[in-house]
Design a protein. Sequence first.
Lengths: 300, 239
Amino acid sequence: MHIYFPVAEVSVNLFLLLGLGGIVGVLSGMFGVGGGFILTPLLFMVGIPPAVAVATGSNQIVASSLSGVLAHFKRKTVDLKMGLILLIGGLAGAMVGVRIFSYLKELGQVDLFVTLTYVVFLGLIGGLMFVESLNAILKSRSNKPRKKTKHHTWIHGLPFKTRFRTSKLYISVIPPILVGFLVGILSAVMGVGGGFIMVPAMIYILGMPTKVVVGTSLFQIIFVAAFATLMHAMENFTVDALLALVLILSGVIGAQIGTKLGLKLKAEQLRILLALMVLAMCFKLGLGLVLTPGELFSVS
Amino acid sequence: MFGATVATAQSIVTDLSQNDVSITANFDGSQIFIFGAVKSAIMPDVNAAPLDVIIEVAGPSAPVEVRKKVHKFGIWVNGPAVEIAQAPVFYSLAGTRPVREILPDEERAKYNIGLDYVVQASDDIAPEYKDALIRIRQERGTFAKLESPVKLSEQTLFTTKVNLPSNLVEGDYTASIYLVRDQAVVASSVSEITVRKAGMERWIYNLAHEKPLIYGLLSLLVALVAGYGASTIFRLMKR
């Protein structure tokens, strides 16, 4: 059964989209990523125009993140204070990112730039997480007691220190604002919520416990994605509400399943799974840049 | 034999199965029947060459930007954009025989019949760009790949079917019918086909373009309600 989407102006199989939204929802619940980095390229593949895919993806992420974060609130695994501070940086970053995006659009190099950023960031983060989690798993197998690495870094020397109770941290607000800002830029440019960058940044840069990372990341993604949706709706008219609704309905169900699945897996296993998925997407996109394309031309 | 050289005055009476195509939520492409009759003022000459019919359906035309990828630093990047001056968003051609056999190039150029004439690019643009545009639109299904047949019975009644793809774009389309004898157009007629979104599709599209702030906020509201609703339902189901 096909459905015609009014803003995308194409007709796509309904069940294909429901399946797609469901899978992305499961990932969103499991890993605390909005799933945009998988949803957006998948929407391109089923024939949704890229600009509509990016904007509608943001709208879908709002819903799946909300549904996921509510489950985390129940278990008290959201650091609200940290989320709000990340958000301040995130919104500022998203505004800068949208400017960069429209500039590149004028140059006609958006596709290339977006793909390149995907390849670089997915590769970097996927690789880092993979090595780290593999080490953690190997260490726990060899039964050596794991050292508590509470070393002092430059982060602890910064001013404006504040206590994050839920995360059991006492650090400056500057690193979270910077992390939020950078992720905000990237999320606007790449058309994603930015969870796949935010999650490792929270673990490795801010030193937050893995338990609260997912919920806190989902919490701030809701707002960054909502902001991006509004910007796209007002500047590019590319949010397809009907498409979003289809993706949301399947996505929220997936997210509930994903949240439960995530609880059954150990943190290291969760991270290695996410790392593998990020690397696979990076490889797929990178291949597209390097291999001679079947069609050399493109029509605007 | 009288008046063998007198050209017979002919005209076309034509109709379409539908003049309006409504794009609704379950729109999955459409098919239009175009049919009509050849009306002759005088009895046609028995020795005259047989008639041929060409039926062309075209969507609104607009300039299009085409880019070619170039290999730079080991990866493929978009080269500079080239503008094709005019190209219809939809094009389909049908004939009683292959159109190139029915009409010589000069006649096709005069009436703008065939993809090589409706897609117009200035002379300084390399032909590969125009070819690429035609190829890409053919792959997407908005340019018909093959000519479809026109059935002409008794040199009078003609009929053909035109397939409209699911990724149809809104606009005023035209169905042009050309009557051809001896490699020249002897009569023609044009009918309009209006392609419009309808119902919910129309409402969503209009709101998105006319009141983007309200539309954006509504989209967010839908997202929040669906997200909250689903998690509430799941919580209740657990009890």
